[in-house]
Design a protein around this ligand. Structure first.
Ligand code: NI
Length: 169
């Protein structure tokens, strides 16, 4: 947080199934797994493209959520399906060691392309929907602290959740 590359509106991907694109995706999965994150957006590693990855198993800090398979989502579009919002704690690999409560839409449809240019079209709710909204925000230069409504609910993970296994999503 503070790096101006995180504040840009990222550019659409126009070429698919290229060695450069596959290498970028592989780099991103490696970065995400090393950090035990649930998602990552290309701008977080300094790449100005509309590409996010996400996916997680129901283990550790995410033991109580529905698992989501490893997904690469390019040029995403999110459609909000219901006005409901839900507050929950979020973290971010670009804001290490901190957590904050953010309201997110509970039910969405998201569309985009995979690295081969094939369409992806899914419905998501709950934590899946939250992760997609968080990652896609990165493509518009939005970090989750910008969406915190009550800054009393923002702080250091080790103070908020002492001794707990909480990943920097
Ligand atoms: Ni993030």
């Amino acid at each position: 947080m503070g790096d101006p590359r995180l504040l840009r509106v990222a550019k659409a991907v126009v070429e698919f199934d290229t060695p450069e694109l596959h290498e970028l995706v592989a780099d991103m999965f490696e970065t995400m797994h090393k950090a035990q994150g649930a998602g990552l957006a290309a701008p977080q590693i300094g790449v100005d493209l509309r590409l996010v990855i996400f996916g997680y198993e129901a283990v550790g800090a995410r033991a109580n959520v529905e698992p989501v398979p490893p997904t690469v989502l390019i040029n995403p579009v999110i459609e909000v399906l219901a006005p409901d919002r839900e507050d929950a704690w979020e973290g971010c690999l670009s804001v290490p060691g901190m957590r904050g409560v953010v309201g997110r839409h509970t039910s969405i449809r998201y569309r985009g392309l995979d690295p081969y240019g094939k369409p992806i079209d899914r419905f998501a709710s709950g934590w899946h929907a939250r992760v997609v909204q968080h990652e896609c925000d990165h493509l518009d230069g939005i970090l989750y602290p910008m969406r915190i409504e009550d800054l009393a609910l923002f702080g250091f993970t080790e103070e908020l959740f002492p001794g707990e296994d909480v990943a920097d999503d």
